[in-house]
Design a protein around this ligand. Structure first.
Ligand code: ARG
Length: 462
């Protein structure tokens, strides 16, 4: 390996050790920021021209050169190597090759510190918009499933024990709500990400008469950092994003866990279609839920990036420190992971699972998940709830002992338990009625669920 050409001032006489060139360089990953780096530089060059710090002709030359680099990059002709250290140096050097000495004026009144902060914010702003679109696709498929399954019943669980049956739509609408909060949260984080650090200089501002609002405006930022030290060293927005990304992954992971359980022979609530399941290399009978398993696994990665970034920041004195170069890979990986996971889950829900209606119907009628409804029945007739609850506990116990379900008890048996029982007890404990009756706001009653679907559709503009 050759030693690198030195990239900085004549203060340096020697050159970097080859291992340190490699160690120090970020070009291997920050090339991903190039479009944003070019946008930032174009805005900066225009601002320099606008304020008269350089001439309008010089500004035009810089912009033209930067756009040439953009084209070269898109054509696959600009592929800076490790000796360029980072994307910022690579662009500046190429610019000077293209436009001559005027290229050396681009970095007037700017530092790589406010430059990289600008790039990362522009990158994240755009990725947040994309992720919010992925969330909308995910929400659309959740609502479609809900719409088709208002009256499909499924056991509802607490402690993973059968609790009360619910509408399958209600179950999926719970995930709609989580995704809705994720979508909102990203919107709020976008607003705090969309602030310009450009013009903070290395840390203290600059001696030139720059116009920070001018460049911020050109870049679509909604404001500028009020403090230059904060401007170059703040990564709160990245941490907030990683937190939001982790929550998205946690939500996807919980849903994944349910898909995995439901596809198991023990539950058998869904079967997997061939488009989203894989086989085993040795066990011919296997059909594996790889997609939700991978999503569940990837959640760990994103949560890890959040921890990594918090630890990265916690000991940093003001202002810029090279540690901050470590923010990018975490961010890039989290962004990509969230996007592929949302996409995969959307596909899985769209065409990867089939509800086993007969199994679901069986599941909600073969247990004691209507016991609360017996207690509610008595309570509605004036029996204090706690007393009713104890009576039903007794009848559950005696029924279990003889292998009966509540629906199998005769009217005499009910009346022996309490004289208030009438024949309408059978309706009251039928699974469909058990679900329909929970018509409190936000409950699983069909009326509530239909209203919830209508609001969800309105939210999606459907
Ligand atoms: N590659 C650097 C990073 O990602 C750019 C900023 C370098 N600034 C500096 N003062 N060395 O953070």
């Amino acid at each position: 390996m050759t030693t690198a050409k030195k990239t900085w001032s004549d203060r340096f006489e020697g050159s970097l050790h080859p291992a340190i060139v490699l160690f120090n360089a970020s070009i291997g990953f920050d090339i991903e920021l190039i479009e944003y780096d070019l946008n930032g530089s174009v805005a900066h060059a225009k601002m320099l021209g606008h304020t008269g710090i350089i001439s309008p002709t010089e500004a035009d030359q810089l912009v033209e050169g930067l756009e040439t680099i953009r084209q070269e990059y898109r054509d696959g002709k600009f592929t800076p190597g490790i000796d360029q250290e980072d994307v910022h140096f690579a662009v500046e050097r190429r610019l000077t090759e293209l436009v001559g000495d005027v290229g050396k004026k681009l970095h007037t009144a700017r530092s790589r510190n406010d430059q990289v902060g600008t790039d990362v914010r522009l990158y994240l702003r755009s990725e947040i918009d994309e992720i919010r679109d992925y969330l909308r696709d995910f929400q659309r498929v959740l609502v479609a499933i809900a719409d088709n399954n208002v009256e499909t019943l499924i056991p509802g669980y607490t402690h993973l024990q059968r609790a009360q049956p619910v509408s399958l739509a209600h179950h999926f609408l719970a995930y709609f709500q989580m995704a809705q909060r994720d979508w909102q949260r990203l919107g709020e984080i976008r607003a705090r990400t969309n602030i310009s650090p450009l013009g903070s200089g290395a840390l203290a501002g600059t001696t030139f008469p720059i116009d920070r609002h001018y460049s911020a405006n050109l870049l679509g930022f909604e404001g500028v950092y009020a403090n230059s030290l904060d401007g170059v060293s703040d990564r709160d927005f990245a941490i907030e994003f990683l937190n939001a990304a982790s929550l998205i992954m946690v939500h996807l992971s919980r849903l994944s866990e349910e898909m995995i359980l439901w596809a198991s022979q023990e539950f058998s609530f869904i079967s997997l279609t061939d488009s989203c399941a894989t086989g085993s290399s040795i066990m011919p009978q296997k059909k594996n839920p790889d997609v939700p398993e991978l999503i569940r696994g990837k959640a760990g990665r994103v949560i890890g990036h959040l921890q990594g970034m918090l630890v990265l920041m916690k000991g940093l004195p003001l202002a810029y420190n090279k540690d901050l170069q470590e923010d990018k890979e975490a961010l890039f990986d989290a962004v990509k992971t969230v996007k592929v996971s949302l996409e995969a889950m959307t596909v899985l829900l769209e065409e990867g699972i089939i509800f086993r209606q007969e199994r679901l119907a069986e599941a909600v009628s073969e247990d004691f998940s209507n016991a609360t409804d017996v207690a509610d029945y008595l309570a509605a007739k004036g029996v204090p709830f706690r007393e009713a609850y104890n009576l039903v506990g007794k009848v559950v116990k005696s029924s279990l002992a003889v292998g009966k379900l509540l629906k199998d008890l005769s009217l005499e048996e009910w009346k022996a338990l309490h004289p208030a029982f009438e024949t309408d007890i059978y309706d009251a404990i039928a699974p469909r009625q058990v679900v329909a009756a929970r018509n409190s706001y936000g409950g699983t009653g069909f009326e509530q669920v239909r209203q919830a679907i209508a609001s969800a559709k309105a939210e999606l503009g459907q």
